[in-house]
Design a protein around this ligand. Structure first.
Ligand SMILES: Nc1ncnc2c1ncn2[C@@H]1O[C@H](COP(=O)(O)OP(=O)(O)OP(=O)(O)O)[C@@H](O)[C@H]1O
Length: 217
């Protein structure tokens, strides 16, 4: 819970949403490289197995489903979501421990974004909600692009690629049926990552992501 004295120094968290494979992690990594110490990644909890090269506490907090469910039962999870047979989530602590010093970025799915909106609806902090799409946001084109990117990334089995494509369809359905939910939509076009990152920076400046809005009386 953020105290009144802390409000003056709060920096708005950013909720980044979009289908698997669209490039969310890549964008965050670029920003972190460009602004060392400025952005922090809200390290999520997950019950999925660790992939080669991943580090516990850095890429994710790798926990059992029971451990994550226990945190949720104690009101210590900001959001949780069932994705591809695993439970994912962000703890309140992962976000709020960072608010005074850095811009905290949450890479979550639409269920997570919804939970964040609910959680912060009566709090002094107003996160910025951004949807990242790979193309013109037509479900068919989107799926073709992310399928290609996921195959090139080479981290997923055929089965998980298919699951991610199904989930991508749900992400787009949510996007199209909730106009106004996101503050901004960013298109991460093929081969245009630098352009995407520049657009994100422009939005962050325009939105004064560096300071939270005061509480509305
Ligand atoms: N503009 C782009 N053009 C082409 N390929 C890209 C672009 N941006 C990212 N990629 C590539 O697409 C793949 C997926 O990107 P990334 O892992 O960042 O996606 P993600 O949205 O974080 O996915 P997930 O939700 O599954 O973690 C990576 O191999 C990345 O290098």
């Amino acid at each position: 819970m953020v105290s009144e004295t802390e409000q003056a120094t709060i920096r708005r968290p950013v909720v980044l949403n979009g289908p698997s494979g669209v490039g969310k992690s890549t964008i965050i990594k670029q920003l972190m490289r460009k602004y060392p110490g400025e952005f922090v990644f809200a390290v999520s909890h997950t019950s999925r197995p660790m992939r080669a090269g991943e580090e516990d506490g850095k890429d994710y907090h790798f926990k059992t489903r029971e451990e994550i469910e226990d945190l949720r039962a104690r009101g210590l999870m900001l959001e949780t979501a069932e994705v591809h047979d695993n439970i994912y989530g962000t703890s309140v602590q992962a976000v709020e421990s960072e608010l005074g010093t850095s811009v905290c970025i949450l890479d979550v799915d639409y269920q997570g974004a919804l939970s964040c909106k609910r959680y912060y609806s009566d709090k002094p902090v107003r996160p910025l909600y951004i949807f990242v799409g790979p193309s013109d946001l037509d479900p068919e084109t989107v799926c073709q692009t992310i399928e290609k990117r996921l195959r090139l990334r080479g981290t997923e089995s055929e089965e998980t690629i298919q699951k991610r494509l199904t989930t991508a369809g749900r992400e787009l359905e949510f996007f199209h049926s909730n106009p106004g939910f996101y503050d901004h939509v960013i298109i991460n076009k093929d081969g245009a990552l630098d352009e995407t990152v520049a657009k994100v920076e422009e939005i962050f400046m325009q939105e004064t992501v560096l300071l939270a809005s005061p509480v509305q009386a």
